[in-house]
Design a protein around this ligand. Structure first.
Ligand SMILES: Nc1nc2c(ncn2[C@@H]2O[C@H](COP(=O)(O)OP(=O)(O)OP(=O)(O)O)[C@@H](O)[C@H]2O)c(=O)[nH]1
Ligand SMILES: [Mg+2]
Length: 441
């Protein structure tokens, strides 16, 4: 399995679609070929590859494109939908049976995120009105119980454990008894690296003895392809009911977790995007596929793009593309970006840009945009329409009026001319049809 590579090559394939000047049958066919290659490289069964790629080709070429959506967006949407179907369509919730004590046992290798994961899960259920408790059955790691207690304290979750205990089964049983009238009891177990055989043996023994309602395998989202080997080893010892993927914050795309799913067939039910006790969310396949492809949540993007499209009247678009781009237009652009939500989120959704923009830069861009808007607000209508008339006394006045410096006003004007230039090249490169009839109209 090489699902992680599969992720990135798919991403490359889709990038081609985004870069193509026109999306036509040839573009779709090339995409389908790239897709097939990527799926085959990921060891997907040939029959399944053909099935998926045929469906994508048919839908992309034959399905009617809804109004307001470009052919390009439609193609990407089709790929996305079909892959989501392939990787699991709907979230699989972790079922907690009412009226009984549900025991969940967390397993995984050292440092994968079990202890933090246990606390996150307990808090998650507690927030949903269930009585949740934690049991520490890790008798190996020094300070394991203290770590769990410290996490649990943050959410007032009762814990059971004994730092001096040597027998994990004894303390697990004791904890289960203690919390017998609880809805959910989460058992944290030891993780070890070097002595994997011992760990597996212990886990088997614990599972047979306490018979948890579900064994949850915790996987570190950053480990890549090792995930499949790990998952198989654990699954062989005790059937894994579901997977919890930790550490999906940062740049990990989680392809490894998918290969674990493929290897053992257990669904991912939860993911974690941070160290804090509240950083847990139920797994949503569509969101994950977007992440895997490095594209953010595409359904949201498509919706937002559609909304934004409505906001720019076509007449205006034509005017801008014909080279008439004023500071008023620039201001409106900033406004429409704002309506798309925080700048960062918007940029994250743009294919090709995902994960490439450092946070500090994003913050700077957001701050700048705010400042630039104030500067434009301080100009006269004439200045906004004809920025060419700017001289040093006008610059001074606007800087004073907007509470900024002359340097900042000049910077905005420079940015403006760059954008204007960009609009012109855009017109030449991407809109060769301009001046004729817009094909989308
Ligand atoms: N950034 C980030 N860090 C995490 C996440 N989950 C866990 N960590 C960190 O990873 C480290 C190991 O987490 P633990 O929960 O102690 O892992 P464990 O599996 O219990 O480790 P052992 O008990 O030693 O086997 C800790 O420093 C956690 O704070 C996550 O989702 N994101
Ligand atoms: Mg631990």
């Amino acid at each position: 399995m090489a699902l992680e590579r599969f992720g990135s090559s798919l991403y490359e394939a889709l990038k081609k679609v985004f870069r193509a000047p026109v999306v036509d049958e040839a573009t779709v066919k090339e995409l389908v070929r790239d897709l097939q290659r990527a799926l085959l490289q990921a060891d997907v069964n040939v029959k399944l590859v053909l099935e998926i790629s045929n469906r994508i080709e048919n839908k992309a070429l034959k399905e009617k494109v809804p109004p307001g959506v470009s052919r390009r967006e439609h193609v990407v949407k089709v790929v996305y939908e079909e892959l989501t179907r392939f990787l699991g369509e709907k979230p699989v919730p972790l079922k907690i049976e009412p009226g009984k004590r549900n025991a969940l046992m967390l397993v995984g290798i050292q440092g994968s995120g079990k202890t933090t994961g246990a606390a996150k899960l307990a808090r998650y259920f507690q927030k949903r009105g269930l009585k949740a408790a934690l049991v520490c059955a890790d008798t190996y790691r020094p300070g394991a119980y203290a770590q769990l207690q410290q996490l649990a304290k943050q959410a007032n979750i009762p814990t059971s454990g004994d730092p001096t205990a040597k027998d994990p089964l004894k303390i697990a049983s004791k904890g289960l008894k203690q919390f017998d009238n609880f809805d959910v009891v989460i058992i944290d177990t030891a993780g070890r690296h070097k002595e994997e055989k011992g760990l597996i043996r212990e886990m088997k023994m614990l599972e047979r003895a306490i018979k948890p309602d579900e064994v949850i395998l915790v996987i570190d989202g950053t480990i890549g392809q090792q995930a499949a080997v790990q998952a198989e080893a654990f699954h062989e010892a005790t059937p894994i009911g579901s997977i919890f993927v930790a550490k999906l914050d940062g740049s990990a795309r989680g392809g490894g977790a998918l290969s674990a799913v493929a290897a053992i067939g257990a669904p991912i039910k939860f993911i974690s995007l941070g160290e804090k006790i509240g950083d847990i969310e139920p797994f949503v396949p569509s969101r994950f596929v977007g992440r895997l492809l490095g594209m953010g949540d595409l359904t949201t993007l498509i919706e937002k793009v559609r909304e934004a499209e409505v906001k720019v009247p076509e007449k205006k678009m034509r005017a801008i593309l014909s080279g008439k781009f004023t500071l008023t237009d620039m201001y409106e652009q900033f406004e429409s970006m704002k309506s798309l939500g925080p700048f960062r989120r918007v940029l994250k959704m743009i294919p090709g840009l995902t994960y490439d923009v450092p946070d500090e830069m994003m913050e700077m861009a957001e701050d700048k945009m705010k400042k630039w808007k104030v500067i434009i607000e301080s100009m006269t209508p004439e200045e906004r329409e004809k920025p060419k008339i700017f001289n040093s006394s006008r610059t001074k006045r606007v800087a004073r009026g907007s509470g900024t410096s002359e340097k900042e006003v000049k910077e905005l004007l420079k940015q403006y001319s760059q954008m204007k230039k960009m609009m012109k090249t855009l017109r030449r490169k991407k809109f060769p049809f301009f001046g004729k009839k817009l094909p989308m109209a």
